[in-house]
Design a protein around this ligand. Structure first.
Ligand SMILES: [Zn+2]
Length: 267
């Protein structure tokens, strides 16, 4: 009987040690006020499989990137970045560009990178042919140039270069597009940390945990979104920055000299 009890205790201890080792979310979140994050949600592992081949560097650098702006929330994002003295990268789309010209100018003047995403962001159009993609990119480039008076060279493909949606419209299109970008001295960047804020309404806890639990040595390119509905992204942002600073990470904006972060092309 005693042997059984001892075995049972050993089993239970081992079990909790094992569970504990994978439970970084709890440990990292505990740096924040305890009542801030009551629900601990794990991200779906398949979403992490898109991790790209970011060049390995020995430091701990975070590149915050915001896709699909400018938006009603961009100024709030800029306020936070200014207060925390953190640079970031914005991959713009065309839809709200005229409404928020001053905001884009502000982002540029405050030292952030203004990159190109897509003028229409309509997959069926831009991925139908290389000409269509290039045409869309050039329209956006001209529109952005008229605001910041500089030619943007940093690009992010809608869906990233690993997207499989584009093959519905033209097989091999991403290979064509990325070859074009490389030839024409554009620099395209994917990401290796997904904040998961793209899908519907995601809580700030999920966004926070998705980012901080995946930070690592080297380049951390974080995918976030800047659209009118992404209030929880704005709420998670200062918490992510505070966590990262407290843990020895520094922030940088993407430039053409940034270590390359590319997904595997699957088209
Ligand atoms: Zn997008």
């Amino acid at each position: 009987m005693r042997q059984i009890v001892v075995s049972l205790i050993i089993f239970v201890l081992t079990f909790f040690l094992f569970i504990g080792s994978g439970n970084e979310i709890v440990l990292k979140s505990s740096l924040l006020k305890e009542d801030t994050f009551k629900t601990i949600e794990y991200q779906k592992p398949e979403r992490l499989q898109r991790e790209g081949a970011c060049s390995l560097v020995s430091d701990k650098t975070i590149y915050l990137t915001f896709d699909d702006g400018p938006s009603y929330l961009t100024n709030q994002i800029l306020d936070i970045l200014k207060e925390k003295e953190v640079p970031a990268t914005f991959f713009l789309v065309g839809s709200n560009l005229d409404t928020y010209r001053e905001t884009v100018k502000r982002a540029y003047i405050e030292g952030h990178t203004i990159g190109l995403h897509s003028n229409t962001h309509r997959y069926n159009e831009i991925y139908a042919s290389l000409d269509a993609y290039v045409n869309d990119l050039k329209i956006l480039k001209q529109r952005v140039k008229s605001i910041i008076k500089e030619n943007p060279r940093i690009v992010r493909l809608p869906g990233g270069s690993s997207n499989v949606v584009s093959r519905k419209y033209k097989k091999g299109i991403v290979t064509e597009v990325t070859n074009y970008l490389n030839d024409k001295h554009y620099y395209y960047f994917d990401w290796n940390i997904d904040s998961l804020d793209a899908s519907g309404r995601v809580s700030k806890e999920v966004i926070y945990n998705s980012v901080v639990n995946n930070l690592k040595m080297g380049a951390n390119v974080v995918l976030m979104h800047d659209t009118n509905t992404k209030q929880t992204t704005v709420e998670a942002l200062p918490l992510i920055i505070d966590y990262a600073k407290a843990n020895g990470y520094t922030f940088a904006r993407i430039t053409k000299n940034t270590p390359v972060c590319h997904h595997h092309i699957n088209n």
